[in-house]
Write a protein that binds this ligand. Structure first.
Ligand code: GDD
Ligand code: MG
Length: 346
């Protein structure tokens, strides 16, 4: 069975970290989202995944070709953004004619039981099955209305009016070839605004209620929350051949990614997540901070509750105040003081 990840768009809500890095390469507890999604697809029985991209597609192509992902992956590149439906229609020539396609938003991490969803989809005879999660405030999401048999009878994207708890679209679908054929070709199409409401009104859409974990990491605060909460799950913490100095002090929960080095006297945590190949020098301290790959934290620097992009050099004795974001490749000179809440661009 094939899958497709919607990974285009401009990820404006993840700026400035997304200026140099596509969302799918953002580390989630130290490992890129695309690796984690490929593993999730593979567990669900999906063997080939199409990455539907536009923004920064070259970077993604290079990175993905270097990786050993758990599924085969191919890139489908739009010249102009086609929304959430257009990329599915664009991929038609490379889809299986008789199988449903599994579509996933490229900014969602969950333990949705994909096998269960697919089995239920096939058994029910629905044309589309979408995973739903409950939300206290459905306004930022797509809201589904269900009948007593969990059939979806209404779908409204970003409803302004309904503020009471409800079942929202989790951004994971099984779509039959008939549904894919309904998507207008060659122009931007929103599955959520154009296709789902029609299918729901025709009674052709079923739901798969998900009770496990689920995060949309498409906004900075949500990305941070997802990392912190997932850090506490055993299956996210299996690592890693990091080198830790004898006198380094790591307060849990924290995560040290592969091929990172931590020198003597460094203090990390709690809630500090280092991606791969991070180097932490003597006496450096970082608490509640997420550090992207290949970044170096200089001697005796002090960082609190911040996000540090990839390839950043933090100089000696630098202070970075709470709530700061440092974009990829920035060099912070020795002894610089970054005030709380700063955003440092490259
Ligand atoms: N290839 C491609 N091209 N992908 C796109 C494009 C495009 O033009 N536009 C958006 N995407 C991708 C985004 O990268 C993201 O992975 C996914 O489509 C959904 O778009 P978002 O912009 O993140 O939508 P949202 O988070 O506001 O709402 C969506 O997700 C919610 C769950 O997180 C909707 O699907 C909601 O119904 C849903 O509840
Ligand atoms: Mg999103």
């Amino acid at each position: 069975m094939k899958g497709l990840i919607l990974a285009g768009g401009f990820a404006t809500r993840l700026r400035p970290l997304s200026c140099s890095k596509p969302k799918l390469l953002f580390p989630l507890v130290g490992i890129p989202l695309v690796d984690r999604m490929a593993a999730w697809f593979a567990r669900g029985g999906v063997t080939e995944v199409i990455l539907a991209v536009n923004h920064l597609s070259d970077k993604l192509r290079v990175e993905v070709s270097r990786k050993k992902l758990d599924t085969k992956t191919v890139l489908s590149v739009e010249e102009t953004p086609l929304g959430t439906g257009g990329p599915v229609s664009l991929a038609r020539p490379i889809l299986n004619k008789d199988d449903p396609l599994i579509v996933a938003n490229g900014d969602v991490i969950s333990d949705i039981d994909l096998r269960g969803l697919i089995t239920s989809h096939v058994r029910s005879g629905a044309e589309a099955t979408i995973a739903l999660v409950s939300a206290d405030d459905p306004r930022p999401f797509g809201l589904a209305t269900l009948d007593a048999n969990d059939r979806i009878i209404g779908f409204e994207e970003k409803s302004e009016t309904i503020q009471s708890p409800g079942w929202i679209n989790a951004g994971v679908y099984a779509l039959n070839p008939k549904v894919i054929a309904m998507i207008p070709h060659g122009r931007p199409v929103s599955l959520e605004r154009e296709i789902f409401p029609t299918l729901a009104s025709q009674g052709k859409m079923r739901s798969w209620k998900h009770m496990g974990f689920w995060y949309d990491i498409g906004k900075i605060p949500d990305y941070v929350i997802a990392n912190r909460q997932l850090l506490q799950r055993a299956e996210f913490r299996e690592t890693a051949n990091a080198e830790t100095g004898m006198l380094a002090n790591i307060r849990q929960p924290s995560y040290v990614g592969r091929n990172s080095t931590i020198e003597d006297g460094a203090k990390l945590g709690p809630y500090t997540i280092l991606s791969q190949r991070v180097s932490v020098k003597r006496g450096a301290e970082a608490s509640e901070t997420i550090v992207f790959e290949q970044t170096s934290l200089g001697e005796n620097c002090m960082i609190e509750d911040s996000l540090i992009g990839e390839g950043v050099t933090v100089g000696k004795e630098v202070r970075i105040g709470k709530g700061s974001i440092i974009a990829g490749q920035v060099v912070i000179p020795d002894r610089a003081v970054i005030r709380p809440g700063s955003v440092i661009l490259n």
